[in-house]
Design a protein around this ligand. Structure first.
Ligand code: CP
Length: 307
């Protein structure tokens, strides 16, 4: 069985539950004071991390997970690759795969690149999407769901609010698919300019423009970064207005001190989250980061498993 992880769209609920369950196994190893045991499920495999767009969390956690599973790891920095001399994306990737690579972890600023590579590369090479433009970020959604289950238990009937720049967010797309498949009720909240009309029907979620109206009935909040690199015009008057309407300000948090706050990072401090919210005991941000390693261990194990 040869598997890829191109998007949550392709996963069944059973596969999502399996990956989260395996991440529970790996989180217990990561949380243990004992050294991480020698695991060799990727021994003899070579994984190439091709990040055409910057990353701290995803790239580092994939590299750590690959090494912990015994793989050989090639991480190519695209800023210093021959792409800068005019080589095409496909030619660059084909050069790397000619070196006998078993899997590619790819991040790219354009949506659809993992699917494009799938079309052009041999089937034997597994592909994992580490974030494609405003398309999907499947491992982020899996780690967010696993973190929410750790805090809230079964997500069936739970109300999760995703707030901020919904339009440009691959995290929002993957999260809406994952959380609804797991039985949660999801509300996407943001200014109308960043809240596509179609999402309610496409993703089966609710939409709202007022964070204050939805927060009293919310089990957890996923705050999203303003994706400035994908915005081609001003979608709201200024950061202060965005913060006052959609940010988890200190005043807003004081009204809901127990509400778990998640954010995929990186955070624009003082815009999506005030310092007080980001550094509070309600902030799950570092739990998410730790879970990111566990989820990537589970995903790598899964794409190479034989059943
Ligand atoms: N959440 C996330 O994808 O972060 P990075 O861009 O740092 O990988």
């Amino acid at each position: 069985m040869k598997r890829d992880l191109l998007g949550i769209r392709d996963l069944t609920t059973e596969e999502i539950v399996h990956l989260i369950s395996r991440s529970n196994h790996y989180i217990s190893l990561l949380d243990s004071e004992d050294p991480f045991p020698a695991v060799s499920v990727l021994a003899g495999r070579t994984v190439a991390n091709l990040f055409f767009e910057n990353s701290t969390r995803t790239r580092s956690s994939f590299e750590l997970a690959e090494r912990r599973l015994g793989a050989s790891v090639l991480s190519l920095s695209m800023q210093t690759s021959s792409l800068t001399k005019g080589e095409t994306l496909l030619d660059t990737v084909k050069v790397i795969t000619a070196m006998r690579i078993d899997a590619i972890v790819v991040r790219h600023q354009s949506a659809g690149v993992p699917q494009l590579l799938r079309k052009h590369l041999p089937e034997s090479i597994r592909i994992i999407n580490a974030g494609d433009g405003a398309g999907e970020h499947p491992t982020q959604a899996l780690l967010d769901a696993a973190t929410l289950i750790e805090i809230l238990g079964d997500l069936k009937g739970k109300h999760i609010v995703i707030s901020g720049d919904i339009s440009h967010s691959r995290v929002a797309r993957s999260n809406m698919m994952t959380l609804t498949k797991l039985g949660a009720t999801v509300t996407a909240v943001g200014p109308l300019t960043l809240l596509p009309k179609s999402i309610a029907t496409v993703f089966g979620v609710r939409t709202a423009t007022s964070l204050d109206e939805v927060l009293p009935n919310t089990d957890a909040l996923i705050s999203l970064r303003i994706q400035r690199e994908r915005q081609d015009k001003a979608y709201f008057p200024n950061d202060q207005e965005f913060r006052s309407l959609y940010g988890m300000t200190a005043q807003r948090r004081a009204r809901f001190p127990q509400l778990p706050i998640l954010h995929p990072g990186p955070v624009n401090r003082g815009v999506e989250l005030d310092d007080e919210s980001m550094d509070s005991s309600s902030s799950m941000i570092f739990r998410q980061v730790r879970r990111g390693v566990a989820v990537r261990l589970a995903v790598l194990e899964w794409i190479f498993s034989k059943n």
